[in-house]
Design a binder for this molecule. Structure first.
Ligand SMILES: Nc1nc2c(c(=O)[nH]1)N[C@H]1C(S)=C(S)[C@@H](COP(=O)(O)O)O[C@H]1N2
Ligand SMILES: [Mo]
Length: 314
């Protein structure tokens, strides 16, 4: 994020391009035109090659906006452990081993423990959630995550009354994560949420997307998703979750405190020092769209910040 200029994405970097028409629209148009397509096999590969998660709201937390393609979601990534270019995570995460996996949960909790991932997941029912995601760099995507509410895990481990924040840590494995051999960021990557943010029903731990297990480049096998905040809050490949009294350090804030605050709520009224946050480019689209306060989730989360000066607590 320090390196790339904002919105540095050209649509030609995304393959295949969406061609500004979706497949169903094309088929409908084609049939209305009497072309009489009975199978999609005559359509150009770029229009049929991608699985598209079916559009439409299935649950109360889903957006009905068009979902990005699996290819877009898995080839245009930020995961500096594998390099700083958008294509690096897909290209260089093949050696990373997300299995077996253990997660340490400790700090201000009654049931501190080291879980293997299967045991951690066992009591939780996985659901699919279609969320808008907004990167601080000025691009956005719509992603069908598979996961479960972080609140359910928090209740299970029983935080003490002293717990006010939750701190997260990514795995440190320079032999599998070539980016960790560079000092572009401090390692391991760390993030944090206030306890009430962590308990909000929108906050999920994700283990998959598009109905499949999480690809390495998206944070396998377990990552955080907080859709009203800039994407960097969604820490990937989590090995530690610690409940603490004081606001924990976060990687991007340590790296550039004037540019990246602890809260990092999506806010079109507070510009990044080096670029505007008023608009964004949805990956796969040409025209920019307006960025919404709290990334469109204000109804669900604005109350968490009542009375706070969001310019100070950016
Ligand atoms: N450990 C770790 N987590 C991370 C990052 C990272 O570099 N390392 N990048 C963040 C940023 S800037 C974004 S926008 C999202 C991107 O998630 P996605 O690639 O699954 O879309 O991951 C976030 N989580
Ligand atoms: Mo990001």
């Amino acid at each position: 994020m320090l390196i790339k200029k904002p919105d540095g994405v050209k649509s030609s970097e995304i393959t295949p391009e969406r061609h500004y028409i979706n497949r169903r629209e094309f088929i409908r148009t084609a049939s209305l035109a009497g072309i009489g397509l009975t199978t999609a096999s005559f359509l150009p590969e770029a229009l049929v090659g991608q699985d598209r998660w079916p559009r439409g709201k299935k649950g109360p937390y889903d957006t009905d906006e068009e979902v990005n393609s699996f290819k877009e979601i898995t080839t245009y990534n930020n995961f500096y452990e594998f390099g700083t270019d958008k294509g690096d995570p897909a290209e260089y995460s093949g050696r990373f081993k997300p299995k077996p996996w253990t997660v340490r949960i400790d700090g201000e909790v009654k049931r501190a423990a080291t879980f293997n991932l299967e045991d951690l997941l066992k009591p939780h029912k996985l659901e699919d959630r279609i969320y808008r995601m907004r990167c601080v760099e000025g691009w956005s995507m719509v992603i069908p995550w598979r996961g479960f509410p972080l609140a359910d895990l928090i209740k299970r481990v029983e935080p003490t009354s002293r717990a006010k924040f939750v701190a997260f840590e990514t795995v440190y494995r320079p032999e599998e994560m070539p980016g960790q051999k560079s000092d572009v960021l401090g390692w391991p990557y760390v993030e944090g949420l206030r306890l009430d943010e962590a308990l909000n029903p929108l906050t999920i731990l994700s283990v998959g997307l598009y109905g499949k297990e999480l690809p390495n480049q998206n944070g396998a096998p377990l990552r955080l998703v907080v859709p009203w905040k800039y994407g960097f809050k969604g820490i990937k490949s989590i090995v530690k979750i610690r409940f603490v009294e004081k606001q924990p350090p976060t990687t991007w804030n340590l790296s550039a405190p004037d540019e990246y605050g602890f809260y990092s709520n999506v806010n079109p009224d507070v510009d990044h020092p080096r670029w505007s946050q008023k608009s964004e480019r949805r990956i796969g689209e040409f025209f920019k769209r307006k960025t919404l306060p709290f990334n469109g989730y204000a109804d669900q989360v604005a109350h968490l910040y009542a009375g706070m000066d969001l310019r100070k607590y950016f």
